[in-house]
Design a binder for this molecule. Structure first.
Ligand code: 3PG
Length: 210
């Protein structure tokens, strides 16, 4: 599972963190991201329509690889597991949540910001983690420092990542993908500016080309 997640994140490179307020935005948003070359999507459980939005995306946008983020507890995990999504992500971790994830076949990346949190994740067998909030929790220097004692852990930094710094994060050997909301700004979603979202994705991916 964890190897699968590394492969999935590496292919993704950038993962938009989606907050979907209106169900009718789900499909056009997924199409706009896919059109911009961004296929791996994290639908966060921050709005009442999140689960329904993920279902609609999976049904109608087959090119999208849909995962769920902001999984906060075992009850969330159980709801998500049944959906048949590709992966799950959380901003942090609790022993209960990690236990639920170890009992499941859903690939899961818990969130960590400190060495102790990472040690808890590792004790449950999770060696792919979301580094959150990445910029605020020490930035690239902080992640490099964690790489010392934990050379085999792979990270998806999220929080404060954007067009300006995505390439620097991705240049780190222990970073497999970066996540963030810059690819799908709430204002653009509210305005239905799908072409604008496609353009942000294209610009971001273009800038990451060697
Ligand atoms: C997350 O949940 O991963 C963050 O809220 C995304 O952070 P960003 O808005 O700084 O990209």
């Amino acid at each position: 599972q964890q190897n699968h997640l590394v492969a999935l994140f590496k292919t993704a490179t950038v993962i938009p963190v989606l907050t979907i307020e209106r169900i009718q935005d789900a499909v056009p948003l997924a199409r706009a991201l896919v059109a911009g070359g961004v296929r791996t999507l994290e639908v966060t459980l921050r709005t009442p329509v999140a689960i329904e939005a993920a279902r609609a995306m999976m049904a109608e946008v087959p090119e999208a690889i849909v995962g769920i983020g902001t999984i906060l507890n075992p009850a969330d995990f159980t709801r998500v597991e049944k959906l048949g999504v590709a992966f799950g992500i959380s901003p942090g971790l609790t022993p209960d949540l990690l236990k639920a994830a170890t009992d499941s076949s859903l690939p899961f990346a818990p969130g960590i910001a400190t060495a102790s949190e990472l040690m808890v994740a590792l004790s449950y067998g999770f060696d792919v983690a979301k580094f959150f909030p990445a910029e605020q929790a020490g930035g690239i220097k902080g992640l490099r420092a964690l790489g010392g004692p934990f050379p085999n852990v792979r990270f998806c930094p999220t929080g404060g990542v954007g067009e300006a710094n995505a390439a620097s994060w991705l240049a780190e050997p222990n970073v497999v993908a970066v996540g963030g909301s810059w690819l799908c700004p709430t204002a653009e979603i509210r305005a239905g500016n799908w072409a604008g979202i496609t353009a942000i994705c294209q610009r971001t991916l273009q800038a990451l080309k060697p």
